[in-house]
Design a protein around this ligand. Sequence first.
Ligand code: KIV
Ligand code: ZN
Length: 389
Amino acid sequence: MTRKIHIFDTTLRDGEQSPGASMNTEEKLIVAQQLIRMGVDIIEAGFPISSPGDFRSVQEIGRLAGDSCTVCGLTRAVDKDIDRAAEALKTAKRPRIHTGLGVSPSHLRDKLHITEEECIERARHCVSYAKRYVEDVEFYAEDAGRSDQDFLIRVIQAAVDAGATVVNIPDTTGYSLPEAFGARIKSLSDNVIGIENVIISVHTHNDLGMATALALEGVKNGARQIECTINGLGERAGNTALEEVVMAIKMHGEELDAHTDVVTPELTRASHLVSRITGMNVQANKAIVGANAFAHSSGIHQDGVLKARNTYEIIDPADVGAAGSEIILSARSGHAALRHRLSELGYTFKDEEFDDVYNRFLEIADQKKEVYDEDLESMVQERQREVQA
Ligand code: KIV
Ligand code: ZN
């Protein structure tokens, strides 16, 4: 059996921080319901001290989730934040407090104005303070991707010694190269005493378009939790996309020695739901859930897919809940695709007729981005009239 990778969904916290994507409590509850249906392990429901609305969202999602998953609230390494999160999480059967602080030189020097020793002490304190309220405490080392590795080991050691159940290693700015990030995770596994009893989590951002690769490199090197969002929603270029890491793990489970419990046929529904509620469109060529993820437009590809789907499709659309593969007819389509579509519409032509049909099709296709069934119907009817005349 491969290792179980816990899927920590932060669409409702980090995802919602995306400009223009904020959600009210009712909207968050609808998304949370879908996350539960999809089988995620942890829902980060909000940042309770940030607003009364977020406090209520964490409370309501805690109530909704019951036993089905862990519900988590974010805090800074500040006592009053932790008090507030603990209060909001009272409704949850499986509550988790997610607390921590920045650990990179720029966070220490320019944002927090603290020394390394003070940072370690605050890490130790926030975890033990949160432990007064809940058993399950996750510590985050913000901007770990740009931190000094020896110092990171010392901070994580303090969090583990204080009782953290999960240690989150974020590449907050999406700066790292995957291999280097993987080496950081390995170095923590090798050097932090007691880490084998703690889950290492990876939380990566997409500033260089590598969030998914970073998360998977983390998994290869010992991480057992991935923090991610539906559609990769999140600040700036976004967070790791849940649908991407889940499907990559599904396709490469043996090599990664990993599996998740996500119900993948729910992925497309989740994507559409989050897009509709937040008003954030999903780019057509987005992996897994984009409108074109299973669309084939060029003649060579269409010919291949019509002969055998796996020539150009690595995922069965049903596996992610997509409607199915699509053959898009355009000026790049070849004979095979046109013949196939016409026969689906009930029209068959002899070989000697087909060149004429295809040339008529190209004339239409050169004037449009896509040729629809209605265009084909009128083309065939016009040809029939001309042939009969
Ligand atoms: O990107 C980040 O570092 C975060 C932390 C607050 C976990 O979102
Ligand atoms: Zn983040």
